[in-house]
Design a protein around this ligand. Structure first.
Ligand code: GTP
Ligand code: SPV
Ligand code: MN
Length: 600
């Protein structure tokens, strides 16, 4: 039963079946009955482990091949007819060549397996901002994750209708999870994604990074909207008004945490509340009133498990208490539950570490090992979130007042500053750099440029992407959101973070909102508007954030910034312009202006 009469879909699925030659084809209608049968099957085959159903109802556990635990950026391609259209931040290959090469790998790859055909909507069904995708896969793990992360099932086809050809075609096969033949390939001009030889999240849940960022950023450029690696949150103020903010931080740099922030006691007492609209991706488009509106295209959270605890992010922890899939965390065998680093101070004695070895968790961690993989994840339904915004399903999205950029910077970058205007804000976004994390394969802790936190996700030429940002600013005019930069990760000489972070980040949001409202003054510096020291509310954390610490947090060190600017010029010239990226003149001018202000 094929769930749709749309001939474009039927023809494409037929083609994929002819290529992959599965024994069976199952169309995923999204019914609980069908999903339960799939859950039962994965438990029986051992692909997934059922957790203690009293403590964690509906929860499953999965472990991926140790060679397959993060996004593989070096094996990710943007295949456009012209190489220049992929630009200097992407791996490129000619589409025909890539189709030919991968077709050999896909040929007969599903013999002896079932192909699942997954219709899904990115964005609330019926939203003018939503888009339809179809993913075919040989992995039940993918089906069950897509069920949490997207609006999956027959309903998605209703949105597409019988004649439209506007859907993203995703082909995934885990094949034999061979890292040598692993490819994550986007063909933006064909609305097509081919992924093979992986079974890890961002490589295989094709609605997420592949569609909602790489393909969608390309679509947004052509259709006048933006697809960004941003959380969306709402802050309810004591007067009852809710201000919506988006924030772009690189992978594993705090989006989920900020999106689910619980304000400090003093703020709670005053009536502040934070609501989550999204924790990873925002699609944004100007609305009829000329303001920028955002939807979260996803329907769940694929969150970093380590570090999540009752203190750092109780809301996220709560999200994982039912109907959640855990990947590459550790098992607490006595309880039939899960554990990860910093969940609490008591690693289970009778543990199974993420690769599957039974260990004494106490001794194992004392010896310096980690029980969970640093990029282990939970896949949790958005509806589990205690602070989910009432606007989560609003087809029109929410109006955005502020956009925040940030990253992990041990030095140089202050706790918070505001851009002078949208163009300067676009410069600040282009200058985001961050110490790398375990979310992608490769070395951890190395400073790298990650413009708009989108380096691995811009589906076209980064120079054109920056130009698109500038165009959007022109279109929005004085209704454009204000742009800020934050850094929760400044360190002292001993490598300790000097800002408490997490819930206390509310204190920075407070300043940002007041700047949007024009109710607080600022210090004009070479790099932007900085808070006056007394305007960051430290009531309740005065012992931790002393005036001396605040000075350090808000410092703009001329020497470090001169270096920073020189590095940006080198980056624009050598890494972008010399490699086929057209850096907009307006961004070079911002660089000149900052330099001039620093030297004044
Ligand atoms: P992706 O899902 O990979 O896009 O990551 P993310 O940006 O959602 O990051 P997440 O919120 O999951 O945080 C990643 C890591 O950063 C976790 O280990 C957190 O504990 C840590 N972290 C988040 N917020 C803060 C903060 O304010 N201060 C400090 N020091 N660490 C933080
Ligand atoms: C990220 O790496 O930014 C993630 C996780 O959100 S993944 O889905 O793997 O991309
Ligand atoms: Mn992410």
């Amino acid at each position: 039963m094929s769930l749709t009469n749309n001939q474009n879909v039927l023809n494409w699925v037929e083609e994929m079946v002819a290529l992959c030659k599965p024994d069976n084809v199952v169309w995923i209608d999204g019914s609980e009955e069908q999903l339960n049968a799939l859950r039962k099957e994965t438990i029986e085959t051992g692909e997934m482990i059922e957790l203690n159903q009293e403590k964690l109802p509906g929860c499953l556990y999965h472990r991926t091949n140790p060679n397959d635990v993060a996004r593989v950026e070096d094996r990710t391609f943007i295949c456009t007819r012209n190489k220049e259209d992929a630009g200097p931040t992407n791996n490129w290959c000619d589409p025909q060549e890539m189709y030919a090469k991968l077709s050999k790998l896909y040929d007969g790859v599903m013999k002896g397996r079932t192909m699942y055909v997954i219709p899904y909507s990115m964005g609330p069904i019926g939203s003018p901002l939503a888009k339809v995708g179809v993913e075919v896969t040989d992995s039940i793990y993918v089906v069950l994750n897509m069920n949490i992360m997207t609006r999956m099932g027959a309903e998605a086809f209703k949105n597409l209708g019988d004649v439209s050809n506007d859907f993203v075609r995703g082909l995934h096969s885990k094949a034999d999870v061979n890292p040598e033949e692993r490819y994550i390939v986007q063909f933006p001009e064909d609305n097509t994604i081919w992924s093979i030889n992986s079974a890890y999240g961002g490589n295989v849940l094709l609605g997420k990074k592949c569609f909602a960022l790489r393909i969608a950023s390309f679509q947004g450029k052509n259709e006048g909207w933006m697809a960004e690696h941003m959380l969306i949150l709402g802050v309810k103020k004591p007067d009852g008004e809710i201000k919506y903010i988006t924030a772009a931080f690189p992978s594993a740099c705090g989006k989920t945490n900020l999106a689910m922030l619980i304000p400090p006691e003093g703020y709670k007492k005053d009536g502040y509340e934070v609501f989550t609209v999204g924790d990873d991706i925002a699609w944004m488009k100007p609305g009829e009133d000329g303001r920028l509106y955002a939807i979260n295209p996803e329907n769940g959270f694929f969150g970093v498990a380590p570090g999540t605890n009752e203190k750092s992010n109780p809301n996220a922890l709560h999200c994982t208490m039912k109907n959640t899939i855990f990947t590459n965390v550790a098992l607490n065998n006595a309880e039939g539950t899960v554990w990860w680093e910093k969940l609490d101070k008591n690693p289970p004695v009778d543990a199974t570490e993420w690769k599957g070895a039974k260990v004494n968790g106490v001794e194992y961690t004392e010896a310096g090992n980690t029980l969970a993989h640093p990029n282990s994840r939970f896949t949790a339904p958005a509806e589990n979130c205690p602070c989910l915004s009432s606007e989560f399903n609003n087809p029109a999205g929410v109006p955005i007042s502020a956009i925040i950029f940030g990253g992990r910077r041990a030095s140089t970058t202050p706790l918070v500053y505001q851009s002078f205007d949208w163009t300067h804000g676009t410069y600040i976004g282009s200058a985001v750099s961050s110490e790398t994390t375990a979310a992608a394969t490769g070395a951890v802790g190395v400073l790298r440029h990650d413009p708009m936190a989108m380096k691995p996700f811009i589906g076209y030429n980064v120079g054109d992407y920056w130009a698109h940002w500038l165009e959007m600013g022109e279109k929005l005019g004085d209704k454009a959101p204000k742009i800020f930069n934050v850094n929760w990760f400044k360190q002292d000489e001993n490598g300790n973070f000097i800002w408490p972070g997490f819930g206390d980040n509310m204190r920075v949001l407070d300043w940002i909102i007041k700047r949007c409202e024009g109710t607080v003054d600022a210090e004009e510096t070479a790099i932007g508007y900085l808070p006056k020291k007394e305007d960051i509310n430290v009531s309740g954390i005065e012992d931790e954030v002393t005036p001396e610490i605040m000075d350090k947090l808000l410092a703009v060190d001329k020497e470090l910034w001169t270096k920073e600017i020189a590095e940006m010029r080198r980056y624009y010239n050598d890494d972008i312009a010399a490699k086929g990226g057209n850096v907009p003149k307006a961004l070079y001018e911002e660089l000149d202006k900052i330099e001039a202000r620093l030297n004044k």
